[in-house]
Design a protein around this ligand. Structure first.
Ligand code: ADP
Ligand code: MG
Length: 800
């Protein structure tokens, strides 16, 4: 059992603007404890607290200042927890702090750079690396991803759902068994056998989390997300199974209601969130108090789920995320105060070992059989039924190994079952009569017999001759054994090679990016590559579900929407990130390609060297046989040289291979990041699109009513637009010289369906959107026209 208080760390988020000096200071002189001092600026000190204290000091295990990087955070905070989870203890890391202080950044990571990946992907990577290294045990890994919003749990890893709101996700409920253990009903546990699979699951969850969020319910700031890795391990042959869970928790924003200051729906949510964090606080206060028997875990779903992590069987770590700007001082102080209370809580982590009942059954069955045999032997009661085929096979095996065993003391143990004993005698008799006893024995017996008979004493010469024959045979056997070994190794190498080749294929497969290649924007190509991946990549449900969603969405888009989306994209800030990532991806791809080529070269070099060595050996063996020489123990300098050269090549092969593997992980991560950014972009586009359509409909309801008067500025820019070709204004927008869209716009809704006028191509050649007469599509197109017009206006104004 490990008794430990909850470890607390603080992380200060980098500030964007230059901060007035002296808001906080960090003192890390003391050993293993660091102190954070928050200094109240004088102008705040008056109104903020009654006793006008001017500075507050808080102790932490360690404080990470603004320049701390994600890898340091992982090494110092998460790695020790991951290690204890691998050893069989439960672990929890949770981030607490106000919205925008960096909880998600710390737990999951930034959405842009590979180096910004947070604790979850790094921990997954570390865990799978360790599992691979440890061949003494058998491991199974599962992950789950739960979001709690307004006291309701949702399964973020549901592969079937195309979630457009949280309510579309399966609801997770809590069940408590008589032993007060918590069970989460409906929360799916997905098996992940590799890092890649686990990362895919993480991104699936994150994408669901993002899609389910609308501007009205910014779930990420008001909900708690718990990503859990479940590891079970077992030593071969042992019935004991170890199970451990690692919770990585991104809590809701800790800001207080008073500060949120919003009415209606948002206020209820804010209160609610605070309520659940308030219950968390109550649990923590209760735990910190000595002799409290009742801990109010059950007051909220989150405290129920994290029950083990707080004051229970778990090693828990808290990260207080702080955004230490002047306006956030009060929130930062309350975050630190919370941390100080958390630091008082003692947990008692135990190894979670249990016995696997199936293995116990097997062992007990064996024991029963042995006891039965013994009983039968003692009572003299013999069994009469026939031996089964399995028993007979087993006996055959035993007899063979008994006969082959050179040890004169070896015994044939078949227990006390007379049927088995009889069978053994029968087999031995049969073998003897067939003289199937191995030749070698026969040979030595013959010599022995002759020796013993002694009637024709062997002459010195004869003896020598026999010895020579013996030696030669030994030599031959050695050669054969060596050759066999080599063959075996060759087969192994071919197998390995195939495996690496397969790895290579996967790399090139997954190198067809999920959404079009780097620099490839054509929607067709991206859809087909997605489909290809789904088809070839994996049959796993969650993956195909993940990709299917996007494929379907892409197909649903009308032409008008697609073009509008292209335009929207160009103006969107995230597009820069996507383009940047594409650039990096392209670099990584060419690096990987070059590396792959070098690896192939080295591989063929190793092959050649191997061949040379083989030939050399064969020659030497042949020589030693013909010369009858004993020279094969001596070292051949040429061969030694070849060998050391091969070792070198192997080393560089290994290095390059490791690098390639690293690159592969990075490439996959970048692809997932890009995909997420694209889904986000699409989502924001949908929102904007719907807004535009709504605005448009509002305006065009009174079909023949005069246009609402526009501001002089707008009018001016419109006339400017209609006079000038749009493409002059914005070269990269495919605007044509057709009549300005605004002119046709007010008339369209009143026109009859399929009217000849509407069937024309309104926007000219390149954009070419046919009017279908279908009212929905027409609304789409109208909205698009309107949107384009707005964009043109914006750009036009910006340009002038
Ligand atoms: P929270 O989850 O606490 O609401 P986020 O993690 O979303 O906050 O962080 C808010 C913003 O600040 C994000 O854009 C994030 O990328 C950025 N950010 C947070 N912490 C850091 C950091 N340590 N370094 C760089 N950027 C950060
Ligand atoms: Mg967040």
């Amino acid at each position: 059992m490990v008794k430990q208080t909850i470890q607390i760390f603080a992380r200060v988020k980098p500030t964007s603007r230059k901060q007035p000096q002296g808001i906080y200071s960090i003192d890390e002189d003391e050993k293993s404890v660091a102190a954070l001092e928050i200094i109240l600026p004088r102008d705040l000190a008056d109104g903020f607290v009654n006793n006008k204290r001017e500075s507050y000091k808080f102790k932490f295990q360690r404080i990470f200042d603004q320049e701390s990087k994600q890898d340091t955070i992982f090494e110092i905070i998460a790695k020790p927890v991951a290690e204890s989870v691998l050893a069989g203890y439960n672990g929890t890391i949770f981030a607490y702090g106000q919205t925008g202080s960096g909880k998600t950044f710390t737990i999951t990571g930034g959405a842009e750079r590979y180096s910004d990946r947070g604790i979850i992907p790094r921990t997954l990577s570390y865990i799978f690396e360790q599992l691979q290294k440890d061949s003494r045990k058998m491991y199974t890994t599962h992950v789950s991803y739960l979001e709690i919003y307004n006291e309701c749990g949702y399964d973020l890893l549901d592969p079937r759902h195309e979630a457009s709101s949280l309510e579309d996700l399966p609801k997770v409920t809590i069940l408590e068994d008589p032993d007060q253990n918590i069970h989460l009903k409906n929360l799916s546990l997905q098996q992940a056998t590799t890092e890649e699979e686990a990362l895919n699951l993480l991104f699936l969850g994150d994408t669901n989390r993002m899609i389910a969020e609308t501007p009205m319910n910014q779930a990420s700031t008001r909900s708690h997300c718990i990503f859990t890795v479940h590891i079970s391990s077992k030593e071969p042959g042992s019935a004991t199974v170890r199970r451990a869970k690692l919770h990585l928790v991104d809590l809701a924003g800790s800001e207080r209601v008073a500060k949120t200051g919003v009415g209606g729906q948002l206020l209820t949510e804010a209160k609610y969130i605070n309520l659940s964090l308030h219950y968390l606080e109550q649990v923590i206060i209760a735990l910190a108090e000595k002799h409290r028997s009742h801990i109010p875990y059950r007051n909220s779903m989150m405290t129920s789920v994290l029950r083990d992590s707080l004051g229970g069987n778990c090693m828990t770590t808290m990260i207080a995320t702080l955004s230490l700007e002047k306006r956030n001082i009060d929130e930062s102080i309350s975050t630190c105060r919370f941390a100080q209370r958390v630091a008082l809580i003692k947990n008692e982590a135990v190894l979670n070992e249990e016995i696997d009942p199936r293995l116990v059954i097997i062992r007990l069955k064996k024991e029963i059989q042995e006891l039965k045999d013994e009983l039968a032997f003692i009572t003299g009661e013999q069994r009469t039924d026939q031996l089964t085929q399995m028993e007979l096979d087993k006996l055959e095996e035993q007899i063979t190994s008994f006969l082959e065993d050179q040890d004169p003391e070896s015994r044939l143990e078949v227990g006390s079952d007379m049927r088995k004993i009889h069978y053994c005698f029968y087999r031995l008799k049969k073998l003897l009569s067939e003289r199937k006893i191995p030749e070698k024995n026969e040979f030595s017996h013959e010599i022995k017999d002759k020796d013993q008979e002694g009637d024709t004493p062997l002459k010195e010469e004869e003896l020598k001759k026999l010895r020579d024959v013996l030696k030669q045979r030994d030599n031959e056997i050695n050669i054969l054994v060596n050759m066999l070994k080599k063959e075996k190794k060759k087969v192994q190498d071919v197998f390995n090679l195939q495996n690496t080749n397969r790895g290579g294929t996967r790399l090139s497969l997954s190198s067809s990016p999920l959404y079009g290649g780097p620099g490839d924007d054509s929607s067709k190509a991206s859809v087909s590559s997605t489909a290809k991946q789904t088809h070839e990549g994996s049959s796993l449900d969650y993956r195909s579900g993940f990709h299917r969603r996007k494929t379907v969405k892409k197909e649903e888009m009308s032409l008008g929407r697609q073009e509008a989306f292209e335009i929207f994209k160009q103006d969107h800030a995230d597009n820069v990130t996507i383009e940047d990532n594409k650039q990096i991806l392209r670099q990584r791809f060419s690096e990987a390609k070059a590396l792959g080529e070098s690896i192939n070269e080295v591989r063929s070099k190793i092959g050649h060297l191997k061949e040379e060595i083989n030939q050399r050996q064969m020659q030497r063996v042949a020589l030693s046989i013909t010369d009858n020489a004993t020279g094969d123990q001596e070292l051949d300098p040429v061969e030694e040289k070849l060998r050391s050269k091969m070792e070198e090549e192997k080393k560089s092969y290994k290095n390059m291979f490791t690098r390639l593997k690293g690159l592969k992980v990075e490439i996959e991560h970048l692809q997932l990041l890009m995909e997420k950014a694209k889904v986000k972009l699409k989502k924001e586009f949908e929102v904007w699109w719907i807004e535009e359509a709504a605005n448009l409909q509002k305006k065009s309801v009174p079909s023949n009513s005069p246009r609402t008067p526009e501001s002089p500025k707008q009018q001016q820019s419109q006339s400017h637009l209609s006079n000038k070709s749009g493409s002059d204004l914005i070269p990269n927008m495919k605007v044509t010289s057709s009549p300005p869209p605004s002119r046709t716009e007010p008339k369209q809704p009143s026109s009859p369906p399929n009217s000849p006028r509407l069937e024309g191509r309104v926007l000219g050649n390149s954009s070419a959107i046919p009017f279908t007469g279908d009212s929905q599509t027409d609304t789409d197109i109208l909205a698009f026209i309107k949107a384009r017009q707005n964009l043109l206006q914006k750009k036009g104004l910006a340009n002038n």
